[in-house]
Write a protein that binds this ligand. Structure first.
Ligand SMILES: Cc1cc2nc3c(=O)[nH]c(=O)nc-3n(C[C@H](O)[C@H](O)[C@H](O)COP(=O)(O)O)c2cc1C
Length: 262
């Protein structure tokens, strides 16, 4: 899990542990500190501040962060940093999912989901992600920039969401959604990639959110210089755009839940 303060007793790297637990039921692991981790068999983890459990009128905001990268690199790092920051705002529960190593089949446009309204005909790791996507109040989707666009892994996942919307047309309605994109170049297509994700949000009645003017106009734009997590961490301007985006994402998620301004 990157930083030692987040490791529970005997817990190594979250991704590796989750891989070993694939196929098992959820496993709750208490940390020594403030957080309770749940390692999810499908290869991610969720974390909740023990304090957060006690506060909040409607419970903590559930924020799902997805890294679309096939690597454990800059995008996964940035999404995790964003989730850390979200939790520091208080009353936020986060879940991190990496698409690295996941089987994500393409949508076949077979219309099984539309005819049957029973979900997707494809059986792979996406099916196990649907419950988290449905339960979250807010999504933060992170993509590496590939050819000026989102990566294919993330796009395939988004296409497969047609199945949950066909089963329940309001399932994503009024969830808040934000995006971050990590490119090897400073201006490598981060904003077009973010706009592609926003188009998904709009098409599915979600509410796209950015961090606002003067620095995070469309979302989190990070420049990794093709140097993985280290490169992303060094991009202070980019990481600030991520934090600003997350701050507003959480605020808007609260508004959409009818909780008013935090
Ligand atoms: C197929 C491919 C296409 C890429 N296209 C772009 C691009 O258009 N613009 C850009 O800035 N970086 C591009 N990159 C570089 C990645 O976006 C960059 O290294 C990013 O930080 C990778 O994220 P990761 O470390 O999370 O995998 C490309 C990389 C690959 C593998």
């Amino acid at each position: 899990m990157g930083q030692s303060t987040r490791r529970g007793r005997g817990v190594g790297d979250g991704d590796d542990l989750a891989e070993n637990l694939k196929g098992l039921e959820r496993v709750d692991l208490l940390t020594e500190g403030m957080f309770r981790y749940t390692i999810l068999p499908r290869g991610g983890w969720s974390r909740m501040s023990v304090q957060n459990r006690k506060v909040g009128h409607m419970g903590a905001i559930k924020l799902l962060g997805i890294s679309g990268s096939p690597r454990k690199g800059a995008t996964a790092y940035t999404v995790r940093q964003a989730l850390d920051f979200a939790e520091s705002l208080g009353d936020v529960e986060t879940e991190f999912v990496s698409l690295r190593g996941k089987e994500i089949k393409f949508c076949l446009h077979c219309d099984y989901c539309v005819r049957k309204k029973e979900g997707c005909i494809q059986k792979d790791d996406v099916v196990e992600l649907y419950p988290s996507m449905e339960a979250a109040d807010a999504w933060l989707l992170g993509t590496p920039v590939y050819q000026g666009s989102v990566c294919a892994q993330l796009k395939a996942l988004l296409d497969r969401c047609r199945a949950i919307v066909a089963r329940n047309p309001g399932v994503l309605e009024n969830k808040a959604g934000a995006a971050l994109a990590v490119g090897g170049d400073r201006d490598g297509g981060q904003e077009p990639a973010i706009m592609q994700i926003h188009a998904f949000y709009l098409a599915n009645k979600m509410v796209p959110v950015s961090g606002g003017p003067f620095g995070s106009n469309l979302g989190g734009c990070v420049w990794s210089r093709d140097r993985g997590a280290e490169g992303a961490a060094a991009d202070e301007v980019g990481m600030r755009s991520v934090r600003r985006t997350v701050e507003r994402l959480v605020a808007v998620a609260r508004l959409l839940r009818g909780e008013g301004r935090p």
